[in-house]
Design a protein around this ligand. Sequence first.
Ligand SMILES: [Zn+2]
Length: 443
Amino acid sequence: MKQLFFICAIAFSIVLQAQTDQKIYDIVDAISADRIKQDVKTLADFGTRHTLSDTISETRGIGAARRWIKREFDNISKDCSNCLNVFYQSNLVKKGTNQRIVHDVNVVNVVAIQRGTKYPNRYIIMSGDIDSRVSNPADFTSDSPGANDNASGMAGTIEAARVLSKYKFESSIIYVGLSGEEQGLFGGQGLAKYAQDNNWDIVGILNNDMIGNITGVDGVIDNRTFRIFSEPVPANEPERARRARRFYGGEVDGISRQLARYIHKTVKTYMPEMNPMMIYRLDRFGRGGHHRPFNDVGFAGIRIMEAHENYTQQHQDLRTENGIKYGDTFEHVNFDYAKKLTAVNAINLASIASAPPTPTNVGIGGAVQPSAKFKWDKVDGAKGYKIYWRDTTSPTWDHSRYVGDVSEFTLDGIVVDNFFFGVASVGADGHESIIAFPNTIIR
Ligand SMILES: [Zn+2]
């Protein structure tokens, strides 16, 4: 009996090992709230990081800020035997492009690429923003510390690079500071175009914009909940895809939504103390962020963000009015929370970059049959595949079956009409790809 228990315990632990990876827990632990704090302080102390601000000074303005960010990435790279390829990527935006561009400006992003060992041209991106603003979006001289918006996201991105650069991954990871966000998402547009021009295979972008506020303007204090915004289906999908959806489903199953579900699941697995909220919308009501330019051209992308915002501390001139202190200053940022949201990013970058690519050409069938049928193209590096399904009303992939190293499978007794389905590839060490929603029909 004792022996049987022992054997069962071993079998159980092997199953558990296959589902989690100690490396991911180590990454959570290695993210430092103190280093994020120092970096938010440094960024806020550049006075303003407005996109149109001074670029000559070494102490004030966006030029000084981006040079500092590049030096940080360069230093991280030195510590990992030059594992990062660090460079500026820039685009000239002409005066009058919109009302917020009051003079010609070079919108400069700082990019750091950690090259994947197996899929060097496959990229998962983490972004924060370099730039800041006050009440008037065209005011490029007033003090604009932008501590939460968005030094928090920028500092988190740098910290993720510090931690993840100690590891090797199969796919490439990009850490990027984007500029021009507050002027009209110009930095994201520039990098998305650069990615297209260079034929980058982008798995998705995790855009971090405001990851450090836990005290909402409504008085709610919450250091566990955060939001994952994702659009339902690609904005640039072909008309054919839109029409097919009426008959085969997929209204809430676009590539950005699958990325959001992946993040939700990874967090539930490795950071169970956190409360990730999937928000089924591109971004906040009528507002924007730097994942959108990537979505615009068909890349998956989501926004990671605090759950409770404080509007007296966003986009505000520094002032006191009716006893309220306005402004996005350093003392309002909660660094333990920013650390947690940085860890959310880091574990997802690590998981995705450790997993094989998502299966392609996933077909589904089974109309007027008591079973659901699947077919897909195998991907290089997968040890097998997993079919997921869920009730049509469920936001999460609640059921799954590992089906081994095959390229087709029939789920007996599962009626295709009653669920939504997807297929993921599984790597040798158990890391899974993002789930593919079927895109072809098996007759
Ligand atoms: Zn903003």
